[in-house]
Ligand binder design. Structure first.
Ligand code: C2E
Ligand code: MG
Ligand code: MG
Ligand code: MG
Length: 284
């Protein structure tokens, strides 16, 4: 260990510093949950045929006392690595229920989507909360959709199928997020039962560039419709994309053209207005 030691130590040190930074962020998680440093923002999901808001996706943001505002892409992968993501997912689930309870004037059909990590979807703690609400306030669960990704489906097929069935029986809906980005999206549609799929925004944003993407979009929408589930297009940013999706028979969409993720108050206000109203007002 005496020879060469210095260089090796440098390598270890930088690895170690990275690991330490990630570990520190994970250690911040529990106090952050206790101090309500996480906030949900709400991005409208609109019906492209009727021009109305029918749902929203809850997207978490961290208002960190030292590092300021942190977007989910910066901390969710760290929590996943450190095995503590289910703690955040549990918090988000509870906040989603609180929001549904607090919003008295919500439309009967309104659904709030929350994103669950693979560990969150398998979590016994979250399962026990869901069972609790099913016994005490089943109407609240009828307003919630769980968004999961293919990562969840590959991990433990049997258990995932069981949980999906249980949650759907309890009134939750299940949506397959980022559809088309994984290795075997088609086979998952065959092996699991979903209520909807979300077409990854890469298919929507590459439309202007040609690349057959309108054909691919159309195929995904037709596929979804033919198995009786809804297709939700993510990442609609332009009028052209909005119109194309309407033309292709896409049922639902979400994107910055209609609205960015909004704070609760702004979302509740926006939900009474037609998306066409916002688009016009942006002069897009
Ligand atoms: P996602 O579930 O696919 O969420 C959609 C992401 O696309 C959001 O980013 C949203 O702000 C962004 N987006 C929406 N419309 C547009 C658009 O028109 N253009 C562009 N360029 N982007 C758009 P966000 O909020 O940064 O979230 C990133 C990811 O973090 C989410 O991807 C989801 O995988 C994860 N995430 C967010 N909240 C939670 C949570 O509460 N729990 C877990 N486990 N993951 C979460
Ligand atoms: Mg999502
Ligand atoms: Mg997505
Ligand atoms: Mg994503």
């Amino acid at each position: 260990a005496k020879f060469n030691g210095k260089n090796q130590v440098k390598v270890y040190k930088s690895d170690c510093e990275q690991a330490t930074a990630s570990y520190k962020l994970a250690l911040d998680l529990i106090p952050a949950v206790e101090q309500d440093q996480f906030v949900l923002h709400f991005q409208p999901i609109v019906c492209l045929e009727k021009d109305t808001i029918i749902a929203a996706e809850a997207l978490v943001r961290w208002n960190h006392p030292e590092h300021g505002f942190i977007p989910p892409d910066k901390f969710i992968p760290e929590f996943e690595k450190n095995g503590c993501i289910a703690i955040l997912d549990e918090y988000v689930f509870k906040q989603a229920i609180v929001f549904i309870e607090r919003w008295e004037d919500k439309p009967e059909e309104f659904r709030l989507s929350i994103n669950l990590s693979s560990a969150g979807f398998a979590s016994e703690v979250i399962k026990s909360h869901i069972k609790h609400y099913w016994q005490t306030a089943p109407n609240l669960l009828k307003h919630i959709t769980l968004e999961i990704t293919e990562q969840t489906l590959v991990n433990n097929v049997k258990q995932t199928q069981k949980n999906m069935q249980l949650y759907r029986e309890m009134g939750l809906k299940i949506s397959l997020d980022d559809f088309g980005t994984g290795y075997s999206s088609l086979s998952y549609l065959h092996m699991f039962t979903f209520d909807s799929l979300k077409i990854d925004r890469s298919f929507v944003s590459s439309y202007e560039a040609g690349h057959n993407s309108s054909t691919i979009l159309e195929s995904i929408i037709n596929l979804a419709n033919s198995i009786g589930i809804n297709a939700i297009a993510e990442g609609i940013e332009t009028q052209e994309q909005y119109k194309l999706l309407q033309k292709l028979g896409g049922n639902y969409g979400q994107g910055f053209l209609m609205a960015k993720p909004l704070i609760e108050e702004d979302f509740v206000t926006a939900s009474t207005q037609s998306p066409r109203f916002w688009i016009k007002n942006k002069g897009a």
